[in-house]
Design a protein around this ligand. Sequence first.
Ligand SMILES: *Cc1c(COP(=O)(O)O)cnc(C)c1O
Length: 419
Amino acid sequence: MKTPFVTLEQLQEIVRDYPTPFHLYDETGIRENARALYRAFAWNPGFQEHFAVKATPNPQILKLLREEGCGVDCSSLTELMMSQRCGFAGDEIMFSSNDTPAEEFALAAQLGATINLDDITHIDFLQKTIGYIPKKISCRYNPGGAFTLGESEEGFQVMDNPGDAKYGLTRPQMTEAFRRLKELGAEEFGIHAFLASNTLSNDYYPALAAILFKLAVELKEETGVHITFINLSGGVGVPYRPEQSANDIAVIGEGVRRAFEEILVPAGMGDVAIHTELGRFMLAPYGHLVTRALHQKHIHKEYIGVDACAANLMRPAIYGAYHHITVMGKETAPCDHKYDVTGSLCENCDKFAVDRMLPEIQVGDLLVIHDTGAHGHAMGYQYNGRLRSAEVLLCQDGSTRLIRRAETPEDYFATAIWD
Ligand SMILES: *Cc1c(COP(=O)(O)O)cnc(C)c1O
């Protein structure tokens, strides 16, 4: 069972100040989870989480994570600018982008961010753009093929397709790139890879770590470079469905430690720092999209129309992603009504749930859509002239704080040319 991090009474107070729909974030949950991550990797002195800004690009969220020791992972110019404005220092910023415009490399270099190259041709592109190769540099690895973990009768526990992904360098290119970067003056090398997304398995990071640790040992032998960090990137998932169980970050950290002791330490590489670039794991469960039932419609199916739409949360519309829904105040009522829960966009995919069994819903009921803290508000857009909602932080003392105002029609019209 999935329980919201607010009660009906709390939410009724909150909606007096902020009209629905809005994204609500739980400061306590975010901080406790970040601390658990740091405890899990406390064995590694250089450990750092670089929060994937694209998941929740809100300055107040970034500052809160910075207080917990996190850096950031940026993938675009504006994410770099936001991180700079939030006070992140160069060594706290990873720049992992692909198909990168020159101006973005220039700003990343100017900020002193650690640049993670997505392709071998980007070595020359970077050199030409900024005039030098930074002393500290990273390359993204793509082993190709399929990545699978833990086959059982139901299939693989984790399955993804690096061979089909546009990212990273091939194995032979990794050697060539490290040789060339060393010739051009690089001194501290990093390896990065993202092989599977939203994994629900304590084995993903340890398996990925073992692949990257072995690669690091080989690359050191082949090229003589000093590898100082290995970035396991994102991909640790969250249980969107109530029947799924959450990853245990302590078990994950311990699994990575074991691979570290087995592979890197005997190769004399015990000084390698582990980095992560988690987005979803850091924020998704600590965000709710709060919305209200506006209409009931009885045609060929039963519909509940709410005041949020895919412009506030796109994942169900574009991937058919499951997001759990709690009808506030009816947590223990029987789920004996089958509904499609829809938004107002003129797109039939604008449904937060299809054929979902829920308690009977009345117009005016408050609904919480779970796990929207990452890739939620961030993926918002303005189709149909729908505006992006506010973001509200539920603070540790129970008070609330507006951390992004809702867009107004003036925001929407601001880029139009009228005459
Ligand atoms: C999106 C992304 C992440 C974060 O992924 P999550 O699945 O949210 O953990 C990390 N690194 C890179 C390079 C990404 O593109």
